[in-house]
Design a binder for this molecule. Sequence first.
Ligand code: PLP
Length: 401
Amino acid sequence: MPSNVPADVMAARLRGFGSTIFAEMTRLAERTGALNLGQGFPSEDGPWFMLEAAREAIASGVNQYPPCPGLPELRAAIAGQRAEDRGTPYDPDSEIVVTAGATEALAAALLALCEPGDEVVLFEPYYDSYAAGVAMAGGVRVPVLLRPDGDRFAFDPAELRAAISPRTRLLLFNSPHNPTGKVFTAEELRLVAELCVEHDLLVVADEVYEYLTYDGLRHLSLAALPGMRERTLVVSSAGKSFNVTGWKVGWACGPERLVTAVRTAKQFLTFAVGTPFQAAVAAGLLGRRQWLDGLRSSLARRRDLLAGRLAAAGVRAYACEGTYFLQVDSRSLGYPDGELLCGDLATRAGVVAIPSTAFYDRKHAGRSLVRLAFCKQDDVLAQAADRIGAFAADILATTKG
Ligand SMILES: *Cc1c(COP(=O)(O)O)cnc(C)c1O
């Protein structure tokens, strides 16, 4: 366990990245038998035809090293998907590289594109691997706040502008956004893109939730905006789109100079992984239309189930436009501090959630936020919502009485 390793053996750039809050909260859920709405992994399997394709690939001997950039049929399927669904064609041979999940694509991009001391601008809260990826590359994080604005999250364009300096190398961007559930609007994307073009920044756009958008919202790729294709590396993965987070098949698409840089780093990280899973994901992408509408509507229904029951209990949550996360305002349960609320929810209500401070550099900005994952079975969600509701009623009764 990372926390048992004496700190003096660990390189300075990795200090502070001990065991993640997700592992800690999952252990807490296992120990206490609490319902786990902490870690964001789906409770259902992916499409049967894709699972079957993996079994067939293994049975038919597709088990040795794939080419470093990924199986040709997977790169062709990714190229087709990007062109058809995002309007951004990529050459499968020179502009696409398959990676060990989006995580490796992000780490390889940061390692390959940043010099030590380069600044990386990113919106906070942010996905936890970003800080470690920037640190391993010797870069410096420059966070820009996504702040609550009504029932969604927004940024101040002046703050984004002010975060960009002559040392800024790249913008690390994520939409649909984990953990806020925000889907950046066309107007917000235009603003971000204009600043990137004006300051000649590289962009790494994490689009792993590209298909998990609700209420008729459609994901727009930052790479599709004027002046952006040549500077943007789009990162995505099969994990979230196809309920196969354990397969770790991801990819990066972009202009040849950026993809070559990523491929150079990744060839010495993993070289390549998961040949039969790559073959199966190619089949998944080709058959995506028969799967994604169902996934989206089932997740939207589960979001409404959880959000509806919480609202009825007086628990305030922000709008979830995409991803499978709901941000709850801990103050609506009488807790100014989300970390304290998560501790009490686990031990007294039997529900594990993640304190959103885990996703912030400036912890105070996320102090009253708690993240719930709703990619779980209906009965688990209904039970968890009822437990949180009963807990809230208890707390509010004692504070009033
Ligand atoms: C889950 C997640 C990832 C990691 O994707 P993998 O394909 O599992 O490596 C990257 N970015 C965000 C925002 C995520 O939520």
